[in-house]
Design a protein around this ligand. Structure first.
Ligand code: ADP
Length: 203
């Protein structure tokens, strides 16, 4: 089995590529979804997050309101570090468990889609790293047009993430998402082909 870590900045096309790869037969683990699960009441991080940030972050049904939490940690590196220290190890264990299950099932390719693959220290969980890169202006426009993200918010979120050049230093494969969706599909198809030749698997 091959485990691919798929990473890249916001709006670079990770989810799009993950679903293309799923269509080709890969098992996708979405770190965002794992993040949601650790936050659930009764989930492995709920209690510690509430202890650290107070009951003010809860909504009426005792769920952690991620927007309230985001407001606290955005632009506050200390609070963000505190939150990550709670979340990341728990998410790591959940992801590790899912990879183990995929191996037991006999899955051939697992894709771990994670914006923070490198920053969270999850490199160890994957065999190779695929990095998505896209021109900032295109990302801003896509986020604005397709996701309704205000331009300034998009730019602020891009500013706080690892620079694309930095991320690419960790890459085994770089996918440049600078064209149409059709072109992106072709590039992913090509990498899938290369992967099956490289690993000698029949994916
Ligand atoms: P990420 O998961 O990295 O945040 P997404 O895959 O969600 O990025 O892409 C952000 C938005 O841009 C989505 O609405 C997606 O459909 C769109 N998008 C991604 N790549 C392209 C492309 N090559 N052409 C047009 N739209 C794209």
């Amino acid at each position: 089995m091959v485990v691919i870590g798929l990473t890249g900045g916001i709006g670079s096309g990770k989810s799009t590529v993950a679903s293309i790869l799923a269509g080709m037969g890969a098992t996708v683990i979405d770190a965002d979804k794992v993040g949601h699960e650790v936050y659930c009441p009764g989930g492995p991080a709920w209690q510690d997050v509430v202890t650290a940030f107070g009951k003010g972050i809860l909504n009426d049904t005792n769920e952690i309101d991620r927007q309230k939490l985001a407001k606290i940690v955005f632009g506050n590196p200390e609070a963000l570090a505190k939150l990550n220290a709670i979340l990341h190890p728990r998410m790591y264990r959940m992801v590790e468990e899912r990879i183990k299950k995929a191996r037991q099932r006999g899955d051939k390719v697992v894709v771990l889609e994670a914006a923070l693959l490198i920053e969270a220290g999850w490199r160890l969980l994957v065999d190779e790293v695929w990095v998505m890169v896209a021109p900032v202006e295109k990302v801003v426009r896509r986020l604005k047009d397709k996701k309704g993200v205000a331009e300034e918010d998009a730019r602020a979120r891009i500013r706080v993430q690892l620079a694309a050049e930095e991320l690419q230093k960790h890459a085994d494969v770089v996918i440049k998402n600078n064209g149409s969706l059709e072109e992106l599909k072709e590039k992913v198809g090509h990498q899938w082909q290369v992967l099956s030749e490289r690993k000698g698997n029949d994916c």
